[in-house]
Write a protein that binds this ligand. Structure first.
Ligand code: NAD
Length: 489
């Protein structure tokens, strides 16, 4: 079979792998190869953009900005709902393409992720229509607060939840009246291209959404250093965030950074143990490639044996395999380099004295055995650094004081989960945790109205509900004097 140069066909779904700039498909002279983590099959050759395509995309976004930013809110909201309709219409295509491209479970893409992608557009469209602030008076003068669109935005996203994370930025940026250039991750570039088709079908004007493909170091950095970019929203790793922050310095471009984590899951002796074990086993979701994952299990001493016994029983029953199979619990990791990284962390931890209660090794292909490591110290690499694979550590604590100290004892602060039967304790402990989100007796419940982001190295800024509009807009206060006001006396 001959492959077309910049096109992929995945499970019968055709994906144009060129850029989408100013309402047109644009090829690059070079490409990179996109491979499925499920079986290593080549999915297609993807346009490999450079500074030239980055500049063209920003120019298209800049040209489209006056029109889109002045489009009435109701019309912007209508088009965003039309994009959501398009996502729902193509839900099956999006789900199978995403699974094939990044290896996460098909059933979760079908029933959770892609409906959520549509919801991202609906939510921010509806919020836009309600956006407002009551005018207020200062010595007879009226203060009127408005949210002015900021300009072209560069949106840079990772591979672990590609379309979900991309649209969580695209939807509020467009709702706010901005134009965007989206650059998805090179390990999972496909669904973003389908989104461009869907947006065009929804009659989003040309140039309002632009998509460029390629490596971060080649096209990503050209975008984030571009003087016409007025906002950068990035989700990804801490080292990349540092590079992006440096590139944004020259233009003082405002940044939103959603970064990694090493979140704790605290299990107190008064917890419902079945629930606590379920929450802990859930941390293997998406083969551990979840920024919010509570990868550090902190368990109160008296229950650690029973907790571990039940955890091992439940985790050992997880089925690892093809993510397209509806009975699979854990799919592959994304890339040989990621697997290498995961195994490196585990082997160094074992060499340093950690014990693998379960796992601790690779399996065939890109699969890594769900792993639980004990006998780890707080200052060890495996406790301090984000692995981004199905690897959990277990430590014990004697009392609340120690639990809080261990929980807060890394450079991250993305999320924390508590399992306890005592809600007063939950309140006391969560008040002391350094984290953007704390879950009590639950995990991963997220409402788009809520602020989302991380503390410390887990990020800068918050997005979600009003926080998204604050970030994507230049918020303005207009003060108007009362009629007949004279500016003296
Ligand atoms: P990454 O930092 O390697 O890449 C993310 C994106 O940045 C990719 O699109 C990449 O091409 C681009 N990029 C790389 N170098 C760049 C540069 N110099 N300039 C501009 N763009 C550049 O991250 P990853 O490996 O794709 O994703 C995993 C990381 O993302 C983990 O640390 C994870 O915790 C984090 N993450 C955070 C959240 C959150 O909401 N906090 C959500 C998901 C993932």
């Amino acid at each position: 079979m001959t492959r077309e140069p910049q096109k992929a066909v995945v499970a019968g779904v055709s994906v144009d792998t060129r850029h989408w700039i100013g309402g047109e498909r644009v090829a690059s002279s070079q490409t990179f190869t996109d491979v499925s983590p499920i079986d290593g099959s080549v999915l297609g050759e993807i346009a490999r953009g450079t500074a030239t395509e980055a500049a063209a995309a920003v120019a298209a976004a800049k040209a489209a900005f006056p029109g889109w930013s002045r489009t009435p809110r109701s019309e912007r909201a209508r088009i965003l709902h039309a994009i959501a309709d398009g996502v729902e219409k193509r839900l099956e295509d999006l789900a199978i393409v995403e699974t094939t491209d990044n290896g996460a479970l098909l059933r979760s893409h079908r029933h959770g992720v892609m409906p959520r992608v549509a919801h991202n557009f609906r939510f921010f469209a509806d919020w836009l229509l309600r956006l407002g602030h009551e005018d207020f008076q200062t010595r007879g003068h009226t203060n009127h607060v408005s949210w002015d669109p900021a300009g072209p935005c560069a949106l840079i996203t990772p591979w672990n939840a590609p379309l979900m994370l991309a649209t969580w930025k695209v939807a509020p940026a467009l709702a706010a009246g901005n134009t965007v250039v989206l650059k998805p991750a090179e390990w999972s570039p496909l669904t973003a291209s389908l989104l461009a088709d869907i947006a065009a079908e929804a009659r989003l004007p040309a140039g309002v959404l632009n998509l460029v493909q390629g490596y971060g170091s080649e096209i990503g950095s050209a975008l984030t250093s571009h003087p016409d970019v007025r906002r950068i929203s990035f989700t990804g790793s801490v080292p990349t965030a540092r590079r992006i922050a440096e590139s944004a310095v020259a233009n003082l471009t405002p940044l939103s950074l959603e970064l990694g984590g090493k979140s704790p899951l605290l299990v107190f002796a008064d917890a419902d143990l079945d629930l606590a074990v379920d929450l802990a086993v859930d941390q293997y979701d998406n083969a551990g490639q979840v920024c919010l994952a509570g990868t550090r299990l902190l368990v109160e001493e008296p229950i650690v044996e029973e907790f571990t016994r039940r955890f091992v029983e439940k985790a050992s029953a997880l089925k690892q395999g093809d993510p397209r199979d509806g009975t699979t619990d854990i799919g592959p990791n994304i890339h040989p380099r990621q697997l290498e990284k995961i195994d490196g962390f585990v082997q160094r931890a074992l060499a340093a004295g950690a014990k693998a209660v379960i796992g601790g090794h690779r399996k065939e292909g890109l699969y890594y055995a769900p792993t639980l490591l004990t006998d780890v110290t707080q200052d060890s690499e495996i406790v301090q650094e984000e692995v981004f694979g199905p690897v959990l550590t277990l430590q014990t604590f004697a009392d609340e004081e120690e639990a809080v100290r261990l929980a807060n004892g890394t450079r991250f602060g993305l999320a924390a989960t508590l399992a306890t039967g005592d809600l007063e304790r939950a309140e006391r402990v969560s008040a002391r945790l350094v984290a953007g989100t704390v879950w009590v007796n639950c995990f991963f419940v997220r409402d788009l109205k809520a602020p989302f982001g991380g503390s410390r190295l887990s990020g800068v800024g918050r997005e979600g509900g009003a926080w998204s509009f604050d970030f994507y807009c230049d918020v303005k206060n207009t003060v108007t004097a009362p009629k007949g006001w004279t500016n003296h006396g």
